[in-house]
Design a protein around this ligand. Structure first.
Ligand code: NAP
Ligand code: ZN
Length: 350
């Protein structure tokens, strides 16, 4: 067992504060990692505040982890001390069910082990996340991070990156298509970079007119202020695919109306309250779909990291100290993040 420094929430209403706990000693198939940086996902905020009614405390959030390997178990073949590695939203799964066999561990039929806010596979040890000095993870759930990527700017790829890359790939986004990204936050800004890299005509929908210039700089061809009915109407019936990353309940019909025949609106944002029910006729007229997507499997996460290295893609980050975290959450609630907070773990001991 190793003493681990961290920040934790003790309940839904208390701010994050220093916390110490024990990590397991590495088993034969484990990798022990010193954490350099951890991204701050809106899911961290949802879970520390118990928005999804399933929170377990004390909770050390964080599932966008970048670090260096410090030790490996005897059976580990893929990693050695000194390697730059990442850990995302999952740290274990059954590895045998049809979903795991299909490299879709996020849909493990026995339930994946979340990096935090869940129990390890012993059913009693609370899994604790990346706002901490180090972590121990079984080899199959550790990602290789190309050394050419900035470690801080690569951290958000482990959740915001894969959560947008995976649906854009699954629904076959490619050159010649018109693709919308709704919400320019941590997920949204990665969605813009990927949609553009896949060759699509990329349109950002934002509620924040002051993000227009950034959206274009990040790679969007066009920007629409979604509260402006005229701007929305100009795009009616024209999209092949729209990815909705918004962290709050909103009207989906407004985006279904923008899809072409056979188009798909895929939801990745996970608000605490359901969206108002979509109008059935909006879907019937044009054979349109509303779908959902959850992060991505481990093999696809590695593919995404390698794609990012090849194309020079990382997240636009604001690096913060650990004790800035509660203020960062307040800014995130106001949509005031450009475009992902990343905690420098050196500041944890300070
Ligand atoms: P974020 O950085 O806070 O970005 C969310 C964006 O949504 C905001 O920047 C804002 O963009 C837009 N928005 C519009 N109205 C909003 C409102 N009333 N409240 C909050 N945001 C509003 O969040 P994120 O980290 O990208 O996460 C987005 C959502 O995806 C969260 O619900 C998160 O839990 C979920 N998530 C899902 C998965 C998955 O696997 N499905 C994985 C990770 C995260 P504009 O200013 O441009 O309008
Ligand atoms: Zn996340």
């Amino acid at each position: 067992m190793t003493k681990t420094l961290a920040y934790a929430a003790q309940s839904a209403t208390t701010p994050l504060a220093p916390f110490t706990f024990e990590r397991r000693a590495p088993r034969a198939n484990d990798v022990a990692i010193d954490i350099l940086y951890c991204g701050v996902c809106h899911s961290d905020l949802h879970q520390i505040r118990n928005d999804w009614q399933n929170s377990i405390y004390p909770m050390v959030p964080g599932h966008e982890i970048i670090g260096r390997v410090v030790a490996v178990g005897d059976a580990v073949g893929k990693f050695k001390a000194g390697d730059l590695v990442g850990v995302g939203c999952m740290v274990d799964s059954c590895q045998t069910c049809p979903s795991c066999q299909d490299d879709l561990e996020q849909f493990c039929e026995q339930g994946m082990t979340q990096t935090y806010n869940g129990y390890e596979r012993d059913g009693k040890t609370i899994a604790q996340g990346g706002y901490s000095s180090h972590i121990v993870v079984r080899e199959e759930f550790v990602l290789r991070v190309p050394e050419t990527l900035s470690a801080a700017a690569a951290a958000p790829l482990l959740c915001a990156g894969i959560t947008t890359y995976s649906p854009l790939r699954h629904w076959g986004v490619k050159a010649g298509q018109k693709v919308g990204i709704v919400g320019l936050g941590g997920l949204g800004h990665m969605g813009v970079k990927f949609a553009r890299a896949f060759g699509a005509h990329t349109v950002v929908f934002t509620t924040s007119p002051n993000k227009k210039d950034d959206a274009l700089r990040l790679g969007a061809h066009e920007v629409v202020v979604s509260k402006n009915a005229d701007e929305m109407a100009a795009h009616a019936g024209s999209f092949d695919f729209i990815l909705d990353t918004v962290a709050a309940s909103h009207n989906l019909d407004a985006f279904v109306n923008l899809l072409k025949r056979d188009g798909t609106l895929t939801l990745v944002g996970a608000p605490d309250h359901p969206h108002p029910s979509p109008t059935v006729f909006g879907l019937i007229m044009g054979r349109k779909s509303i779908a959902g997507s959850l992060i991505g499997g481990i093999a696809e996460t590695q593919e995404m990291l390698d794609f990012c290295a090849q194309h020079g893609i990382t997240s636009d980050v604001e690096v913060i100290a650990m004790n800035d975290i509660n203020a960062a959450y307040e800014r995130m609630l106001k949509g005031d993040v450009k475009y992902r907070f990343v905690i420098d773990m050196k500041t944890l001991a300070a």
